[in-house]
Design a protein around this ligand. Structure first.
Ligand code: MRU
Length: 392
């Protein structure tokens, strides 16, 4: 399993994902500014991976500070959060690191003690990301038929996390269970996370795959050549709307049109209870130059204008299930996600139809013990019909 993030002797090492699959180059980062730049420039990308990287960025900030200062760390946190706005994992990780720093400072920690504590916290966050993904993978594998042709978008594997992956983690877990899978990886213009990164990971794992251009997904589904679509997420709103790499929403529409289950796989930290619905999710727009060139070659006339919307929002009504490390959520998501998060439901009680007990299938029983995967999914495969089903 690839681990794209390493912290050794006070230095953050990142596998430069811009150079893959051609070259495996590791960059060494020593400051919070370098870390924010690496996140912005996509040296490291994928929601959980940038969360873990940001946590180490906070460690670097603590190490560089001349004295113990929460202000300095708060400014470092802002710099990191501004690097990429859509993935909630980044702000989530920074918030946790700041809470820990505040606690240490209140207890009178000195500079070295604060640094050691934050380094330990970041390392725990990194390990926890891997174990959460492994749990998530096992839950998700129970949804995958055998054999199956699985269409996925962007890169959601080890490279997008601290290790193992989310949607690709489900593929990995189902393969480990002996299921016969073929992955259809769409190339994911313009950054080509699918063609470059997902294919690179699947090659290393020996999992069969085919790359398609993004626009071929409809043709494949119309030919009945896709059994399941599974994608990751950068932020899941409290109502189950999902922000993910641009191109996810059209896949969900196509999947609904063709009766293909559309699953989202993400750790519970990607669910943002403070964002009520998808329209409140900040969507990153990147430099149009990334659209106007392909592999370093200009593909449009000199002076052409372009847009680069980096993420889109898939309405919850198109999502068959959300697979998390805590269990599988089904519609109505306000209730099922709140239940998995262990938070009080704050939305209007008329938001959903079914009883809350039926909506979420947590992976733990009341004593916090993990249930076998066979018990972690007890609902039918499709979300109940909603108004948007009438479209098709
Ligand atoms: O722009 P990116 O490459 O950071 O976008 C990544 C995605 O959209 C992933 O699908 C998402 O972060 C989930 S990764 C486990």
């Amino acid at each position: 399993m690839i681990r794209p993030i390493r912290f050794e002797n006070g230095v953050l090492h990142l596998l430069d994902q811009r150079r893959l699959p051609g070259e495996e180059v590791w960059l060494e980062l020593r400051s919070v500014q370098e870390t924010a730049t690496a996140i912005r420039n996509m040296v490291v990308r994928g929601a959980p991976a940038i969360g873990v990287t940001a946590a180490y960025g906070m460690v670097l900030a603590a190490g560089a500070a001349e004295s113990v200062s929460l202000d300095t760390l708060e400014r470092a946190g802002e710099t990191l959060c501004e690097a990429r706005p859509t993935a909630v994992n980044l702000a989530w990780a920074v918030k946790r690191m700041l809470e820990s720093a505040r606690d240490a400072i209140e207890r009178g920690a000195g500079r070295d003690e604060l640094f050691d504590r934050l380094a330990r916290d970041a390392s725990e966050l990194e390990q926890k990301d891997v174990s959460s993904n492994e749990r998530l993978g096992r839950h998700g594998a129970s949804l995958i038929p055998d054999p199956a042709r699985i269409l996925t978008h962007c890169n959601t594997g080890s490279l997008a996390t601290a290790g193992y992956g989310t949607a690709l983690g489900v593929v990995r877990a189902a393969t480990a269970q002996g299921k016969t899978l073929t992955v259809v990886a769409d190339e994911t213009r313009p950054f080509l996370q699918g063609a470059r990164l997902t294919a690179w990971e699947l090659d290393r794992e020996g999992i069969p795959y085919e790359i398609i251009t993004d626009s071929m997904a409809g043709a494949l589904m119309a030919r009945n050549e896709v059994d399941v679509v599974i994608v990751g997420a950068d932020r899941i709103a409290a109502n189950g709307d999902v922000a993910n790499k641009v191109g996810t929403y059209p896949l969900a529409v196509l999947a609904r049109r063709h009766g293909v289950p559309f699953y989202v796989a993400a750790p519970i930290s990607t669910v943002d209870p403070d964002t009520p619905s998808g329209e409140k999710i900040p969507i990153e727009e990147r430099d149009a130059a990334e659209v106007l060139a392909f592999a370093g070659i200009n593909v449009a006339p000199e002076g052409a204008r372009a847009r680069h919307i980096a993420f889109d929002v898939t309405p919850a009504s198109l999502v068959s299930a959300i697979v998390t490390d805590e269990g599988i959520a089904r519609a109505p998501y306000e209730r099922s996600l709140a239940r998995l998060l262990g938070v009080e439901l704050e939305v209007a009680e008329d938001a959903g139809s079914g009883p809350p007990e039926e909506a979420a299938v947590p992976s733990s029983d009341s004593r916090g013990e993990t249930l076998p995967d066979s018990q972690a999914e007890a609902r039918p495969d499709e979300a109940p019909p909603t108004a948007s089903d009438d479209l098709f």
